[in-house]
Design a protein around this ligand. Structure first.
Ligand code: 16G
Ligand code: ZN
Length: 528
C-alpha cells in the first residue's frame, strides 16, 4: 500500500533535516521553503480523512495575511469546519516524521482511526496567488496520487470558496452547485433579489472602493462583478496586476486593522466607503476617510456583527418569526461593542478563544449564531430548523421581511467567514436602512485600543484561561496586568501566545489612544 508513497516521499518531497512544525490555529504556516514535504504528506492525510469520513475533504494552500514569502496549508472537514482537533495532532506527527518513518506513521494513523483503505476518497485542493503556491500544490497532488486518491484541483480560489465547494459536494448540491460559477450565481441572485431594482436608497450609494490586498480577493471580486452587474459600482485597487504589487504589503484587511490606517492606493480618498479583504479573502474590514477632516475611521468585525445582529433581530420581530439569536466574540472585541450588544440590543453574547473553529462551534448553540473576530473574520450560521422556519414563513405569509430574510440567508456563506459574501451582506443591510457609512458608525464609539507583538524566548510559557482573558502562567503575571489596568480609565488588557507566529500578543484599550498605547507598552514590558 505505502510503497509508492514512501518512494515519492523520499525521492521528491523529502523532509531531510528540516525543522519540525506544528498544526496551529490556521493549519501549518511558515516560510514557503520549509513546506514541500508538509504539503505532500497533507495530500496523503486528506485522502485518509476522506476515506474515514466517506466525504470530500478540502486542502487549502494559503498563508492568509502573512507576507508573500510564507505559505501554509489547512484541511477542511466535510461540513466546511476546520479539521477536528485529534487530527490536528495526527497532522503534526505525520508532518514531522522522519523520511524513514513515513510508513510506520501512516500505518499507525490507519490503525488508530480504523480507516478502511479500500474505500474511495475525494480531495478538493485550492490555493491562493502566492508565487510558491503552484509548486506546493503540486506536492499536495503528488501526495494524493501516491495513494491513488481522487483529486479535484480547484486552482486559485479564496479560502471561503474552497469551503463552499466542499460543503456543496458533501450535501449533494443542496447548499448550492459545487463550482465557482455556482457560488457566484447563488450569492449574486440572492443579493439582487434582496435589494430590488434600485441600487440607491436614502443616503446609501452603491459605490465603493475595494482593496484586494494584491491577492485572490481582487481576482475573485472581478469575477463576481460580472454576475453582480450594475447592482453595485466598485473600483478595485491593489489587484496584484501592477508592477511592484506585493501580496499584503501595505494593504489588505490585516494591515488596515492593525495599523489603523488606510491601505496604499486609498490614502487620499475622502468620504468614500472603502473595504479591505485579506490575502485569502476570508476577512473584511470597512473604513473611510472623513469628508471634511480626512480623518480615518474603521468599521471592523465587531461593527459588522452588531449591524447584522440588530438587523436580523428587527426583521425576525417584524416577520413574527421566533428564533434565538446570539453573538460570539473573542477577547479582541472592543469593549464598547460588547456593551452595545448586551445593553442596547439585548442579545446574548458569548466569548471564546481566538480561532475560527471556536467561534463557529459556539455559534451553533443558537438558532442563528452571528460570529465575528474583531479582525473581520466571521459569518452567520443558521440551524436547519431556523432556515426551514424562515423559508416556510416567507412562502406561506405575505411578510416581506420573511422573504427578505430568506434572500439574506443565501447571500451569506455559512460554511466559513467570507470577505466578499460578508461585504455583500453589509451592503444589503446599509441599502435596506438607507445608511451611509457614517450612519453605521454612529451606533457606538469604539474604545481606543492597541495591539502589540512581543518577541520572547518561548511564547508557550504563557498559558491562559477564561477565553484568553486571564493569564494562568507564569504565576503573578495576571496580578501585574490587573494592577496596570487599574491605573487607566476604562482600561482592559490581555496577553496571549500567538497561534500563527512566534510572538506573544498584547491587547489593550482605554479612554484615549495615548492611554491605550501606554497600557499596551507597560503590559508588554511585564511579558519580556
Ligand atoms: C488564524 C485564525 C484566525 C485568528 C488568527 C489569530 C482560522 C482559520 N484563522 O489566522 O481566526 O484570528 O489565527 O492569529 O482559525 P494569532 O493566534 O497569531 O493571533
Ligand atoms: Zn485569511
Amino acid at each position: 500500500m505505502w510503497a509508492e508513497a514512501v518512494k515519492v516521499g523520499k525521492e521528491q518531497h523529502a523532509k531531510g533535516d528540516l525543522k519540525d512544525i506544528q498544526y496551529g490555529t490556521a493549519g501549518f504556516r511558515t516560510d514557503a521553503k520549509l513546506l514541500d514535504h508538509v504539503m505532500y504528506r497533507m495530500g496523503i492525510l486528506a485522502v485518509l480523512r476522506s476515506k474515514l469520513k466517506q466525504a470530500a475533504i478540502g486542502v487549502m494552500l494559503t498563508a492568509s495575511h502573512n507576507q508573500e514569502k510564507d505559505n501554509g496549508v489547512k484541511l477542511v472537514d466535510p461540513k466546511g469546519e476546520m479539521l477536528e482537533q485529534t487530527w490536528e495532532s495526527l497532522a503534526t506527527t505525520l508532518a514531522n516524521a522522519k523520511d524513514d518513518e513515513l510508513e510506520t506513521v501512516l500505518e499507525d494513523i490507519v490503525k488508530s482511526q480504523g480507516i478502511d483503505l479500500s474505500l474511495p476518497s475525494s480531495v478538493f485542493v485550492g490555493r491562493d496567488t502566492r508565487q510558491s503556491s503552484p509548486a506546493l500544490a503540486q506536492a499536495v497532488l503528488d501526495g494524493i496520487q501516491s495513494v491513488e486518491g481522487c483529486v479535484i484541483d480547484c486552482g486559485i480560489v479564496s479560502t471561503p470558496q474552497l469551503h463552499y465547494l466542499v460543503v456543496c459536494q458533501n450535501t449533494k448540491g443542496e447548499y448550492g452547485e459545487a463550482s465557482t460559477k455556482g457560488y457566484y450565481s447563488k450569492i449574486s441572485k440572492a443579493f439582487k433579489a434582496f435589494r430590488g431594482n434600485n441600487p440607491v436608497n436614502g443616503k446609501y450609494s452603491p459605490k465603493l472602493m475595494f482593496d484586494g490586498a494584491n491577492g485572490v480577493g481582487a481576482q475573485k471580486m472581478k469575477e463576481f462583478l460580472t454576475f453582480l452587474g450594475d447592482s453595485i459600482q466598485m473600483e478595485i485597487v491593489n489587484d496584484g496586476t501592477q508592477p511592484g504589487d506585493v501580496l499584503n504589503a501595505d494593504c489588505g484587511a490585516d494591515f488596515v486593522k492593525v495599523q489603523q490606517t488606510s491601505p496604499k492606493g486609498l490614502k487620499e480618498t475622502r468620504g468614500e466607503r472603502c473595504v479591505s479583504v485579506d490575502g485569502d479573502a476570508d476577512r473584511v474590514i470597512y473604513f473611510y476617510n472623513d469628508k471634511e477632516s480626512g480623518q480615518f475611521a474603521m468599521l471592523d468585525g465587531d461593527r459588522i456583527a452588531t449591524l447584522v445582529a440588530e438587523f436580523l433581530k428587527d426583521m425576525l420581530d417584524q416577520a413574527k418569526v421566533s428564533l434565538n439569536l446570539g453573538i460570539v466574540q473573542t477577547a479582541y472585541a472592543n469593549g464598547s461593542s460588547t456593551n452595545y450588544i448586551t445593553q442596547k440590543l439585548n442579545v446574548p453574547v458569548a466569548c471564546v478563544p481566538t480561532g475560527v473553529k471556536h467561534l463557529h462551534h459556539k455559534a451553533q448553540d443558537f438558532d442563528i449564531g452571528v460570529y465575528f473576530e474583531a479582525n473581520g473574520h466571521g459569518t452567520i450560521v443558521f440551524s436547519d430548523a431556523a432556515q426551514a422556519k424562515i423559508r416556510e414563513t416567507a412562502a406561506s405569509s405575505n411578510s416581506i421581511q420573511a422573504q427578505k430574510l430568506a434572500h439574506l440567508v443565501d447571500v451569506i456563506n455559512q460554511t466559513v467567514g467570507d470577505a466578499i459574501s460578508d461585504m455583500l451582506l453589509v451592503e444589503c443591510i446599509l441599502h435596506a436602512k438607507g445608511w451611509s457609512i457614517e450612519d453605521w458608525r454612529q451606533a457606538y464609539q469604539d474604545l481606543p485600543n492597541r495591539q502589540m507583538k512581543v518577541r520572547v524566548a518561548d511564547r508557550n510559557v504563557i498559558s491562559t484561561t477564561d477565553a484568553e482573558r486571564k493569564v494562568v502562567t507564569p504565576k503573578g503575571l495576571q496580578d501585574e496586568i490587573d494592577a496596570l489596568v487599574k491605573k487607566f480609565p476604562q482600561g482592559r488588557s490581555f496577553v496571549r501566545p500567538s497561534g500563527t507566529e512566534d510572538v506573544v500578543r498584547v491587547y489593550s484599550e482605554s479612554d484615549t489612544q495615548d492611554n491605550a498605547d501606554q497600557l499596551a507598552y507597560e503590559v508588554g514590558l511585564k511579558v519580556h
